[in-house]
Design a protein around this ligand. Structure first.
Ligand SMILES: Nc1ncnc2c1ncn2[C@@H]1O[C@H](COP(=O)(O)OP(=O)(O)OP(=O)(O)O)[C@@H](O)[C@H]1O
Ligand SMILES: [Mg+2]
Length: 284
C-alpha cells in the first residue's frame, strides 16, 4: 500500500440552502491511496451528502454552503467542476437503472468515456477489459434493461471503471439487491481492491464491510463519531447501539458470551476470526 494521501478532508461543514443547521459538521479524515473507506450511519446522518462532496456534485450541482477543504491526491478540489473530477473520482449510485441510459451494454460503457477524449481503439479495449473485470463478457449487445439487478449494478461499476478513476465512490451499491446480487457486487469490489484502487463505500452491510474495508467512518447527525479500522470501530458496541447500529453478528455474539456466560473470545469481526477465537477457547 502506498503512503500517498488519496483524500484529505479538513473542517468540512456543509449546509443545504433550506435547512437551518449544517448536515455535515466539521468533518475530518484522511484516506491513503489503495485504502477502502466504509461509511456507516443511520438514515439522514449525511452519508450521501459527504460522498457527493468528494466529487463536487455537492456543492456545484446540488447547491449549498460548503466550508473547509477537500484535497484529492494533494490537490484542493474547491475550484473543480464535476466534469473535471470525472476521471479522478467515479461515482456509482444506489439504483443502477438510474445510471443506465444506453441501448446496449457496450454503448453504456462507451458513454461514460465519451467526454474524456479517448480514441475508439482504446475505448474498445477498455470495454472488453472492464466487462471481463465485472464478469459480463458476452453481454456486449444486450440491453442493460434485460440484465438482473446484480448484473446492472456490475455494469454501472464497469462504466465508471472504464473511465479509470483513481477513486471509486459507491453509495449503497447493493441495497437494492438480493443476497446473490450482493455477493456478485462484493466479489467485483474485492477484485477492484486488488488493483490498488482507492474506494469509498456507503453500505449497511457491516458483515461484508468488516472484511472488505480498511477504515470505517461512523457518521451521526452530520458528525464523525468514530473513524478507525473495522476492528477499532466495531468493538465499540455500546456506542454503535446508541446510534441504532450493530457490529457484525460475530462481534455481537462474542460480546454476549463475555457478558452472559463469562466466555472470552475477544472481539472477532469476521466469521474466520471467530472460528479461530473459538478454537483457542475450546482447546483451553
Ligand atoms: N437537496 C437537499 N436539500 C435539503 N436537505 C437535504 C437535501 N438532501 C439531503 N438533505 C438532508 O440532509 C440530511 C442528510 O441527508 P443524506 O441524504 O446525506 O443522508 P444519508 O445518511 O445518505 O441518508 P440515507 O441513509 O437515508 O441515504 C438529511 O436530513 C436530509 O433530509
Ligand atoms: Mg444516502
Amino acid at each position: 500500500m502506498s503512503n500517498r494521501d488519496a483524500i484529505v478532508v479538513e473542517n468540512l461543514t456543509f449546509q443545504y440552502p433550506d435547512t437551518e443547521t449544517p448536515v455535515l459538521k466539521n468533518i475530518h479524515f484522511t484516506l491513503k491511496e489503495g485504502e477502502v473507506l466504509g461509511i456507516i450511519g443511520r438514515t439522514g446522518s449525511g452519508k450521501t451528502t459527504l460522498a457527493m462532496c468528494l466529487n463536487r456534485l455537492v456543492p456545484t450541482v446540488i447547491q449549498g454552503n460548503l466550508e473547509g477543504t477537500i484535497s484529492v491526491f494533494g490537490q484542493d478540489i474547491s475550484q473543480r467542476s464535476v466534469a473535471d473530477m470525472a476521471d479522478k473520482v467515479g461515482f456509482v449510485f444506489q439504483e443502477p437503472e438510474n445510471q443506465l441510459s444506453q441501448m446496449t451494454v457496450e454503448e453504456e460503457i462507451a458513454f461514460g468515456m465519451g467526454n474524456l477524449g479517448i480514441s475508439r481503439e482504446e475505448m474498445k479495449y477498455r470495454i472488453q477489459e472492464t466487462l471481463k473485470q465485472v464478469g459480463l463478457e458476452g453481454f456486449e449487445k444486450r440491453s442493460p434493461l434485460a440484465l438482473s439487478g446484480g448484473q446492472q449494478q456490475r455494469l454501472a461499476i464497469a462504466s465508471v471503471m472504464a473511465m479509470r478513476p483513481s477513486i471509486m465512490i459507491m453509495d449503497e451499491p447493493t441495497s437494492m439487491l438480493d443476497p446473490r446480487g450482493k455477493n456478485e457486487v462484493y466479489d467485483v469490489l474485492r477484485k477492484i481492491k486488488t488493483y490498488g484502487m482507492t474506494g469509498v463505500i456507503i453500505d449497511h452491510e457491516v458483515e461484508r464491510m468488516a472484511s472488505y474495508c480498511d477504515k470505517i467512518l461512523v457518521l451521526d447527525d452530520g458528525e464523525v463519531i468514530m473513524f478507525g479500522t473495522p476492528k477499532e470501530v466495531f468493538s465499540e458496541l455500546t456506542l454503535l447501539h446508541e446510534m441504532e447500529m450493530n457490529a457484525p453478528q460475530v462481534t455481537e455474539l462474542a460480546d454476549r458470551l463475555r457478558k452472559e456466560l463469562q466466555i472470552d473470545v475477544g472481539s472477532p469481526i469476521t466469521v474466520e476470526e471467530a472460528v479461530k477465537a473459538f478454537q483457542i477457547v475450546s482447546i483451553k
